[in-house]
Design a protein around this ligand. Sequence first.
Ligand SMILES: Nc1nc2c(ncn2[C@@H]2O[C@H](COP(=O)(O)OP(=O)(O)O)[C@@H](OP(=O)(O)OP(=O)(O)O)[C@H]2O)c(=O)[nH]1
Ligand SMILES: [Mn+2]
Length: 179
Amino acid sequence: MSSDSVILLDTVNFAAEKHRNQRRKDAEQTPYITHPIGVARILSHEGGITDIEVLQAALLHDTVEDTDTSIGELQAVFGQTVARLVQEVTDDKALSKEETKRQQVEYAPHASHQAKLVKLADKLYNLRDINRCTPTGWTAGRVQEYFVWSAQVVRGLRGTNPALEGHLEELFKQRGVEL
Ligand SMILES: Nc1nc2c(ncn2[C@@H]2O[C@H](COP(=O)(O)OP(=O)(O)O)[C@@H](OP(=O)(O)OP(=O)(O)O)[C@H]2O)c(=O)[nH]1
Ligand SMILES: [Mn+2]
């Protein structure tokens, strides 16, 4: 049986290979893998999370949405729990962008505790990233809309991790958005 650190290295390597050609939408075109790694780090270092399956799901959370990875592949390589967690935080590609956003708000309160943790850290990373550098082509209005919609999702994730929720609440407050 592998140790947790060996499992995490295998997982981050899988995610890095899957996201290898993808870049963030910032001006520097940062390699995309910085995002899943950062989400996992938020969970461990700020959320106090040591649950290996949650940390693995964080590293893999955008592989199905944004690369050729399937849930079946994740299940075969990393097992049922990790695959199910990634499934829970993956948007349905068949839906329109508006419908996808509505679905995230609707599903948030029904997600498992572990999936809620990943979603909280994902939102916290992305909101901090917007504050650091506005994504290419985003107007101030789109940024504000993203904060307002994110607050609607985070509302359904509350009662999961006080540290992460506290950081999120502060970011919303800075934008005049009520949680
Ligand atoms: N802030 C920021 N976001 C970037 C950047 N590059 C890529 N993204 C991704 O863009 C998504 C947010 O933008 P949206 O308007 O919601 O999505 P879309 O254009 O990809 O459809 C996030 O997806 P996600 O992680 O799947 O989360 P979610 O928004 O779906 O919850 C985020 O990871 C960047 O430079 N800054
Ligand atoms: Mn993400």
